[in-house]
Design a protein around this ligand. Structure first.
Ligand code: FAD
Length: 500
């Protein structure tokens, strides 16, 4: 263990990861610790990553952000769900909404009641019991009520935003709070001769930036964590074979400013549609084994719902994770720590989770191998749980192209297979506390992708059918009426984001 106190932190990289880290450190660390961020305009950022999930609200609240100002600055929209289209064949669609389904009856899980209704043939779709889903279907939005007695309190949401504007917004937050930004390209890294700890980086123009703790936010290249410290990479492309993406924004058309992300399965991957106030973000995530870049971009162009607004942005990646996200005095946060794939929008969340753990285990009294190991253990578990959830979408498909047949036939992690088998038998699920995706998310995707349990909990049979029917119909009615009473998403944003 090294025992020198941390006085200087250097964040290498100014994409979403770099500026989220800078903003959080500026807020949380004592002013005696200097925070510097170095970024290179010449290199730029990955320029994608525009859909989030509900825990981002906690991040915004911890920073004390004004949500309307944030939405205005990032041209954001609200996100209530992901709509999955064509994953089970042409014309099939389902929602993975945020928030839970229905209300549990004492110890009895609501989805078990729904399963009985389904088995007996009188169940409406399960998303009739989720307010975010109903609001998404109707293109409506309002913030949740703070009164837990109101149905509106069950609404859960996240955001879509312009990635470049988000980084700028956080920069405008972090700099006045003491973060020093340095423009420059890192050309060299110095390490301590004996310990191998990083002591500083040299910029192309010869300037040297020294620090005690380094946060590697340099993106896929992993400038410090991999190129310098060679942490190694667990390659998961045998489960998640997509290795390319092409992104292209367009004028919003089609279904307009929907309060949900759309993920449409395609012959060799899937396409995203993320509507913002000023444009719609689109991309095709694909496997280079199954389609060429030219064909992928042609396919993306052909499916845009408005005029393209930029040239295609091609990206390459390899699904997996850094074997250790924290090595010596370098913590990798963001793409430098690994990347699964964009489905389910988990990467920005993992940045937030990395920052939260770094603050919880902040090495203010030096670097303790026990704390570093704990950071790496928790990171590995969190990423593996998310990995399983994402693999489920590909495994449980019902499409006929070779890419999809292979996905259906692949061996999956034993942890996921166990979950699928248990759910398929009896509808039971036991998500880990560390699983970002709680029970309702698993239920939505398992059912959505055709894994319907053979049995329901026998306790449900103790209830009278007429009683259950009237409860379910009352609940679905309340949720529907609550959704119908909300303003349209577009109206809400126009009012909310009007100049103060
Ligand atoms: P980058 O944006 O690549 O930033 C790296 C920074 O390091 C830049 O500032 C760069 O200038 C700097 N840098 C690099 N080398 C040097 C050097 N030598 N000297 C100085 N500076 C240097 N996530 C989600 O949560 N939701 C999504 O919907 C989503 N969609 C995605 C779609 C695709 C196709 C991909 C590939 C990713 C997606 N992600 C998504 C992930 C998301 O984009 C990233 O998690 C997020 O943008 C963070 O990236 P980053 O900051 O780690 O890296």
């Amino acid at each position: 263990m090294t025992s020198a106190p941390i006085r200087d932190v250097l964040i290498v990289g100014g994409g979403t990861a770099g500026w989220m880290t800078a903003a959080a450190l500026a807020k949380a660390l004592p002013k005696t610790i200097a925070v510097t961020l170095v970024e290179s305009e010449q290199i730029g950022t990955v320029g994608v990553g525009e859909a989030t999930i509900p825990p981002i609200n906690t991040f915004n609240q911890v920073l004390g952000l004004d949500e309307a100002a944030f939405m205005r600055a990032t041209k954001g929209s609200f996100k209530l769900a992901i709509e999955f289209v064509d994953w089970m064949g042409p014309g099939h669609r389902y929602l993975h909404p945020f928030g839970g389904f229905g209300l549990d009856i004492e110890a009895l899980k609501f989805h078990q009641v729904w399963l009985r209704a389904h088995h007996e043939g009188w169940a409406p779709p399960i998303d009739a019991f989720n307010l975010s889903a109903q609001a998404a279907h109707l293109n409506r939005f309002a913030p949740p009520s703070k009164d837990p007695g109101q149905v509106l309190s069950s609404l859960k949401y996240a955001f879509h935003f312009d990635a470049g504007l988000y980084a700028k917004f956080l920069r405008d937050y972090a700099e006045p709070r003491g973060v020093t930004r340095v423009e420059g390209k890192v050309a060299g890294v110095q390490q301590h001769g004996e310990t191998g700890f990083v002591t500083g980086v040299t910029l192309e123009d010869g300037r040297v930036l020294e620090a005690d703790l380094f946060v590697d936010c340099s993106g896929f290249r992993g400038l410090l964590i991999e190129q310098t410290l060679q942490a190694g990479y667990d390659d998961w492309s045998h489960w998640l074979p997509n290795d390319r993406a092409v992104a292209m924004p367009c004028v919003t058309g089609g279904d307009g400013l929907t309060p949900y992300t759309r993920a449409t399965a395609d012959a060799a991957g899937w396409r995203w549609r993320i509507p913002l106030q000023h444009r719609t973000g689109n991309g095709y995530v694909y496997s280079s084994r199954d389609i060429s870049d030219e064909d992928a971009v042609a396919r993306l162009r052909a499916t845009l719902d408005g005029e393209p607004l930029a040239e295609p942005n091609f990206l390459r990646f390899q699904a997996g994770r850094r074997k250790a996200a924290w090595v010596k005095n370098v913590v990798a946060i963001g793409l430098s720590s690994g990347f699964l794939e964009p489905l389910e929008s988990t990467s920005i969340h993992l940045i937030q989770a990395g920052i939260t753990k770094l603050l919880a285990l902040f090495p203010d009294r030096g670097f303790d191998p026990v704390e570093i190991a704990e950071y790496n253990r928790l990171t590995a578990l969190q990423v593996e749980l998310i990995r399983d959830f994402i693999i489920l979408h590909f495994k449980a498909n019902a499409r006929s192209e070779p890419y999809w047949v292979r996905a259906r036939q692949m061996d999956i992690p034993e942890t996921l297979q166990r979950k699928i088998d248990l759910f398929a038998a009896s509808g039971r699920l036991f998500p880990s506390d560390l699983d970002l995706f709680a029970e309702p998310s698993w239920i939505a995707v398992l059912l959505g992708q055709g894994i319907t349990p053979r049995r329901h909990d026998p306790l449900v049979d103790a209830f009278d059918e007429a009683f259950l029917k009237s409860q379910l119909s009352r609940l679905a009615g309340l949720i529907r009426q609550t959704a119908q009473a909300l303003p349209t998403h577009e109206q809400f944003i126009a009012r909310y984001c009007a100049a103060p």
